[in-house]
Structures are given as C-alpha cells and as structure tokens.
Design a protein around this ligand. Structure first.
Ligand code: ADA
Length: 563
C-alpha cells in the first residue's frame, strides 16, 4: 500500500519494493570503475530500515542498495522515492543521477531518453552524522534509522506530463470557490507543448466540475490556474470527512489527487474550521515500531489511528518530521486533524545561523508542502521544535522559514513548539502560540499546572501576543510499562496516569487554551547516547508502549477526551 487511491489512469507507475541487494560500506569488496560495488553480501526488504535485520542492528554509516527495473519506450522515466534515511545518492546504470538530503520528504529523478529495457538502480544510503547533512543529528530524542524507509516508484512519462495539482478552498458558502493550480513539465527535446489540459472534479462517482484549462509555458515548465465554483459543496470536517477527487490530463499523461473543501483560520484566540471554533484533543506521534523502525506498514498506521481515535482524540502532531503520505490519506479519510512539521529538534542559535542547515530546512519545507498541500487533515504547518527561539540571534532563521511557508501556502496557520515560555522571542512571527511544558516531570510539581498555564497566558498578554490561539503541544511523563508503585514514584504507570490526569484537567478546562497534544502516543526508541535519562533507551512517555499495549494512562486520557 503506497497511497489509498489510484494516482493515475494513463501513466505507468510501478512500485519496485521487494528484496534489494545490500552491502554496507565496510563490507564492499571489488568495485567497478565508477566506484560502485561489484558484489552485494545480502538482500534486504525495501521499504525497510536496515537496523531491523539482525546483522545490521547496530550498523550506522553508509550502505549500498541495488535492484533492477524494466521500462518500455517512453520520453522519460521518473524514479520517485518516498523517503530515504537520511541521505541518498542515486545511480542508474552506473551513473550518478541524483542526490537527496533528508529522510522524510519525497524526491524524484527524471531521466529523459532512458532506453527501453532493463536498468540497474543503485542507491548509496547514509545515516551517519557526518557529511553534508545538518538536519538529522545524533543528540535527537528519537532514533535515526538507515535505509529506504518509504516506497519507490518507476514511472514512464510522455513528452509532457503533470507535476502536481494544488486545490485551495477560497470560500465555502455555496457555490464554494476553489483555486486550482496545476504544474506541468516537458522533456528537454519536447516538440509539442499542449496549450490546454483537462480537469475533472468528482465527488464519489459524480463529476461535479470539468473543463479545459489553459497552460502557459515558460521553457519546459507549464502552469495552469482556474477558479472552480461548486454548488452545494459537501464540506470536509471530522464529522463528515468528505473527499473530492481531481484528475488532470495533459496529452497522454495524467495525475489524480484528493482534496477536501474546507477552510482553516485563526480569529483572535480561536482556531476555526469551516468558520466554527474547534478544540484540539490529541497526541504527538512518531513513526516507530520495534519490528519495522520508521518503515511503519500501512496496517499499523491504521491500527494506530484506531487506538488514538478510541480515546476520543481528534488531533495528532506529527512530531518531528513530515509523515508518510499514506498516513495522511488515512487522516483525511477518518477526519483527524493534523499538525505537520519540518524535520528539526532543539537546534541552537549557532546551528540556526548555519546557511547550509537553513537551506536543508527550506528544502524540507518545500518538499513537504508541495507534496502534502491537498490533504485537508493538515490544519497547520510547524517548524523548529524546541529550538533557541529565546535567542535574538535565532530570529532570522524563524523569519526565513515562516516566510517560506507563507509563500508556499497562504491558507494554513503556522506555528512552532517552544519550551521556552516566559522568554521566547519569536511568537509574534506565527499564528498560534504552542508550548511544550512538563510541570511535574522536568519542572516542579504536577500540582502547579493551573498556575503555569495562567503564568504563560499572562506573559503572552504582557508581550502583546495574547490575541492568539494557544496549544499545549507537548506534556507528558515517563511510565515504564509494567512498573507499578503504591508510592506513585516517577517512572511508574501510576505516576504517569496521575500526571496526565492533572495536566489534562488543567489544560482542557482553561478558557484560553484551544489545543492539547500529549507527549506522546507510543513509546519510541531513542538515540543510544540518551540512555542515562531514558531507561531502556526508549522515550517512555507513550500512553501505549512500543508494541501498542495500553498503560494505565490510556484509560485516563480516554476519560478526558471523551472516548
Ligand atoms: C521535548 C521534545 C520531544 C521529547 C520530549 C521529552 O519536548 O520535543 O521530542 O524529547 O521533550 O520526552 O522530553
């Protein structure tokens, strides 16, 4: 399962997962003239994380994957990668054809004039912490796996093809107004650049809008824009997560995507969905499981959503990176609201002043928003989790990243999770003030929750930022599965349950707070270096453990969230 609907009727698009040849860098023997290995010691599943094969359970570094694919006659071949962790160099028939930094965003390589036939595909994958990568670092409080962690596709393209289509809801009253923005490309020696593309919008099987749209070409890049009016739109919402389909055809190529007709907005202290205030009750969720690492299969994603929804939650924060698009498809279908953020974790002001790292963050933002724009479940974009937002030296980085998000998407609110309340210096740049706070775990006593919320709210008012929605984007306590204590000591399931009971009562009942995201949904593996503060080398703040077995806290959350 790659996506939960067909993306094409015309374009040939073939998944090439399966067992690929594999060899780690130190095991490479003889190489060819281009430096590629001649022999591969092993075979590993793709998608997958190599740490989930016992031989490579503790391997960190560089490794080679190889497979073969067949193509028919076409003007170009596109290789699409859903995510390679965390750096990939791509070789086709021995030649380097592409490179990508960042584990969690899709990228592709287009090869014009690749002859029909059998081709060798080699990927040099790197999860080490040296080299050019600046956005996956060894101190993060989650484990950075190695491997081709998301699916791979081989696509055959004609001379002109659809790159993407973005659909924006401009207004929802009948007739709803939608803005359509489609982008096209042509291969370098394309003869004919069609002046029109055809668009069809469907609700279920009914075509509700169709028409030709004009395509303007600049060189080999084409763009088409149109305003679409829909009578009696069926709005997307958690109660009725209705999805429309948009199909774009140009010449012999097509692309199908799904969208929801809905608006998200901030009005003063309120967060509005379709013009009505919403309250977010949710969890932070990492993509991780002891058996699959970050290459979480679709069936587990679906089960995670069962477990989350059964608490009464309506919201997930995808901490701390862009999520697998299949998961986003599921959120769209189930009507669960989502905060998606670009990859980051506790960067210092010095790191935020490194132009290479900012470039990599910008690429991550570009790829995330371009690919995920149409998902109605995404109701806000996030950046820079717990970075040095209190240091004036960091401000330019916040300004640059927020500006890029607004340039790519003017419709969704922007936020970042700060753990520096009372001294943060960038909240004026974003639409929602989001706080990570751990009163009763890292700070003081859990009984101080109500006072802390008041203090944070007063401080926001004092700095002139009080007219914004407030989210508690993280709060949680470690509960080691199976550890019980009459004394309700830290690390026991009882302490964790008490903590969440106290924090949720304070957060959900506070009139100024519109959202809560518990840290966290499930226990996750963390970086080895964190062993001293993280028993089992896990972040143990999940309300279910790493195998999704409930802890005492799960029922407590359910009572608060109304499940
Ligand atoms: C931070 C961070 C999380 C996690 C959490 C914790 O708030 O954003 O990724 O590390 O703390 O468990 O301490």
């Amino acid at each position: 399962m790659i996506r939960n609907f067909a993306r094409h009727k015309l374009r040939k698009s073939v998944p090439i997962g399966g067992l690929w040849d594999f060899v780690t860098e130190p095991e490479v023997g003889a190489r060819n003239a281009d430096g590629l290995p001649l022999q591969y010691a092993d075979r590993l599943p793709v998608p997958g994380c190599w740490e989930k094969s016992i031989r490579y359970a503790r391997y960190r570094g560089r490794a080679w994957y190889r497979t073969y694919f067949e193509t028919g006659p076409s003007a170009a071949v596109r290789l699409w990668f859903g995510g390679v962790s965390h750096t990939a160099v791509v070789f086709v028939d021995g030649k380097e054809v592409g490179k990508h930094i960042g584990a969690f965003t899709p990228f592709s390589v287009v090869l014009p004039d690749l002859p029909a036939g059998r081709h060798e595909l080699v990927i040099h994958v790197d999860n080490s912490f040296d080299g050019e990568n600046r956005i996956h670092l060894p101190y993060f409080d989650w484990f950075t796996y190695g491997g081709i962690i998301r699916p791979v596709l081989v696509e055959e393209l004609p001379e002109t093809y659809v790159e993407r289509v973005h659909v924006t809801t401009m207004s929802i009253d009948s007739p709803a107004r939608l803005q359509l923005d489609a982008r096209f490309s042509a291969v370098p020696n394309a003869q004919d650049l069609p002046g029109q593309a055809d668009v069809e919008i469907r609700s279920g099987d009914d075509v509700v809008w169709s028409g030709p749209v004009n395509v303007d070409w600049e060189g080999k890049q084409g763009a088409a824009k149109a305003v679409v009016e829909l009578d009696q739109p069926r709005l997307w919402s958690p109660d009725d997560p209705h999805l429309y389909t948009v199909e774009v055809r140009i010449g012999e190529d097509d692309l199908i995507d799904r969208f929801g007709v809905r608006t998200v907005a901030v009005r003063g202290r309120e967060l509005l969905l379709n013009g009505k205030p919403i309250k977010l009750k949710g969890f932070n969720r990492h993509e991780d499981h002891p058996d699959w690492g970050q290459a979480v299969p679709g069936s587990l994603m679906w089960r995670d959503l069962d477990i989350i929804e059964a608490t009464g939650a309506n919201f997930i924060r995808g901490s701390h990176y862009p999520n697998n698009e299949l998961f986003l498809d599921f959120l769209d279908e189930r009507g669960i609201l989502f905060w998606e953020e670009a990859t980051s974790w506790q960067f210092s002001a010095e790191q935020l002043n490194d132009p290479v790292m900012i470039e990599q963050e910008l690429t991550c933002i570009d790829e995330m928003i371009t690919a995920h724009y149409n998902h109605p479940s995404i109701i806000m974009w996030g950046i820079l989790n717990e970075c040095a937002s209190d240091d004036p030296e960091s401000r330019p980085a916040y300004e640059t990243l927020v500006a890029r998000i607004r340039e790519l998407d003017a419709t969704r609110p922007v936020t970042y999770a700060t753990h520096r309340p009372l001294k943060d210096g960038c909240i004026d740049l974003v639409d929602i003030a989001s706080f990570n706070w751990y009163a009763g775990w890292y700070q003081e006593d859990m009984a101080t929750w109500p006072q802390w919320i008041d203090k944070i709210v007063e401080w926001l008012d004092e700095i002139g930022q009080g007219d914004k929605p407030i989210i508690f984007s993280e709060f949680g306590a470690g509960g080691i599965p199976g550890v019980h204590s009459f004394e309700r000591q830290k690390w026991s399931e009882e302490y964790q349950a008490d903590f969440l009971d106290t924090a949720l009562r304070a957060i959900l009942n506070h009139p100024r707070v519109v959202g809560a995201a518990i840290w966290q949904y499930c226990d996750i593996r963390t970086a080895d270096d964190r062993f001293a503060q993280r028993p089992r080398t896990f972040n143990n703040k999940g309300v279910v453990d790493e195998y999704r077995r409930p802890k005492l806290a799960y029922e407590v959350v359910k009572r608060h969230y109304g499940g």
